[in-house]
Design a protein around this ligand. Structure first.
Ligand code: MLT
Length: 426
């Protein structure tokens, strides 16, 4: 498609030409930015199913084929060959790092690591019942209080980079502190001699396991970015108000918390466990999933964008047996998950509806094998997603995009006069 192409729309007897453009892979877009001014019409697209909110150079997804690329690199290659730190660098700095750049990146992270003591006091003061995602959101907002200069993170590049490195450097410590707070265990300090992921394992469990570190590194890569998903769009929307980076990320955490988004990995594990407790009959649950009158929902299947196998699920599935083998763990949930998957993939109900396993389907099994409790799964998703959120926020800043302010179609009462309370009918 040439950038001179247009999309023609007819309203009554008038024809309007909308500028059109195409992305790298010829994804076509009609630019409606002047539609309201020129035609008096807005578009109506509930849930943004047909709306591109930005032109991005970070991540590409072809949902029909089932491909995912970050800055052109296929996710399978990144998961197999890169480290999480290289992927972070790729997302943020647009290139895979040279050895010297990687060392400089690690140094920058080390220089920004170390959570303020008040964050631990704050975690201790929270109610025991709070969900770990609630803790994460509180911590993100609180960090802005320890770094008030971040109010300037939109305007000042030095402050911006400082906040970016600080968030990335502290995410392992934040995640581990949330875990230890919820388990009522003493906190473990950051150790600058350890690499990023080993440091996290050490702060979580007080020990490092090579197999666990490798598996975790891969899981973090697989979650690193996923273009304009709900939490990323939230980060961009909130960020477009020019609020500081910490507050924008806190908003993303809240969006991720929901069971239809990052909370789904927790739901999958709880579903598998419930099936196991009920005797492990996968056929029975496949039938329940197909029965519209049954409230049971097959979690971890289907995706708004993928109408094919989620490529991240494919990579994770490959790792499940390897990780469990290497950690000498036998998990009855693996057989249940595989049983559900093969039954669903050979059933026309799921195939016709293009309901394939997504990233959440197998990730929980690996988290569980690593000793991570189910209610921390969504925090682990946030841990992996942080560089994506930040890169998307940074891109929004670089494009200097305007404040996000959608329109609506008002369907309520037309103008009417106020009625004094005594005259209102009960
Ligand atoms: C994600 O990774 O954010 C999820 O797959 C959800 C999405 O992309 O919509």
């Amino acid at each position: 498609m040439a950038n001179t192409d247009t999309v023609e729309i007819k309203i009554g007897d008038k024809t309007f030409l909308l500028p059109a453009f195409a992305g790298t892979y010829d994804e076509k877009a009609a630019d409606i930015s002047k539609l309201l001014a020129e035609t008096g019409f807005v578009t109506y697209d509930i849930g943004y199913k047909n709306t591109a909110t930005t032109r991005s150079t970070i991540t590409f997804i072809d949902g029909d084929v089932g491909t995912l690329e970050h800055r052109g690199y296929p996710i399978e290659q990144l998961a197999d060959q890169a480290s999480y730190l290289e992927v972070m660098h790729l997302l943020l700095h647009e290139t895979l790092p040279t050895q010297a750049q990687l060392e400089a990146f690690k140094e920058a992270l080390n220089a920004h690591a170390g959570l303020p003591a008040g964050i631990y006091t704050l975690l201790d003061a929270l109610p025991d019942e709070i969900h770990p995602m609630g803790m994460l959101s509180v911590v993100m907002n609180a960090l802005s209080g320890y770094h008030p200069e971040a109010e300037d993170s939109w305007a000042n590049p030095e402050v911006r980079w400082d906040a970016i490195y600080r968030l990335l450097a502290n995410m392992p410590a934040i995640t581990a502190a949330i875990y230890r707070r919820s388990q009522k265990l003493p906190y473990v300090a950051y150790d600058p001699s350890l690499d990023y992921v080993s440091n996290f394992l050490n702060m979580m469990f007080g020990k490092i396991d090579k197999v666990a570190a490798e598996a975790l590194d891969t899981l973090l890569i697989l979650h690193a970015d996923h273009e304009q998903n709900c939490s990323t769009s939230t980060v961009r929307m909130v960020g477009s108000s020019h609020v500081n980076l910490y507050a924008s990320i806190a908003a993303g955490c809240n969006a991720l918390w929901g069971p239809l988004h990052g909370g789904a990995n927790q739901e999958v594990l709880e579903m598998l466990e419930a099936i196991r407790l009920d005797g492990g009959d996968t056929e029975k649950y496949i039938a329940k999933a197909k029965d519209k009158a049954d409230p049971f929902r097959l979690m971890g299947f289907g995706h708004r964008v993928y109408k094919n196998y989620d490529p991240r699920a494919r990579v994770i599935k490959k790792y499940v047996d390897k990780v469990l083998d290497e950690l000498h763990i036998e998990d009855p949930l693996v057989e249940i998950a595989k049983g559900l998957e093969s039954a669903a993939l050979s059933d026309s109900y799921f195939v016709d509806r293009k309901l394939f396993p997504n990233v959440d389907f197998y990730s929980g099994i690996i988290y569980r094998a690593l000793g991570i409790p189910v209610n921390l799964f969504t925090v682990m998703f946030a841990f992996g997603r942080l560089p994506g959120w930040i890169s998307q926020w940074k891109e929004l800043r670089e494009h200097n995009e305007p404040i996000n302010r959608p329109r609506q179609i008002y369907m309520g009462e037309a103008t009417r006069d106020y009625t004094p309370i005594a005259q209102r009918e009960s």
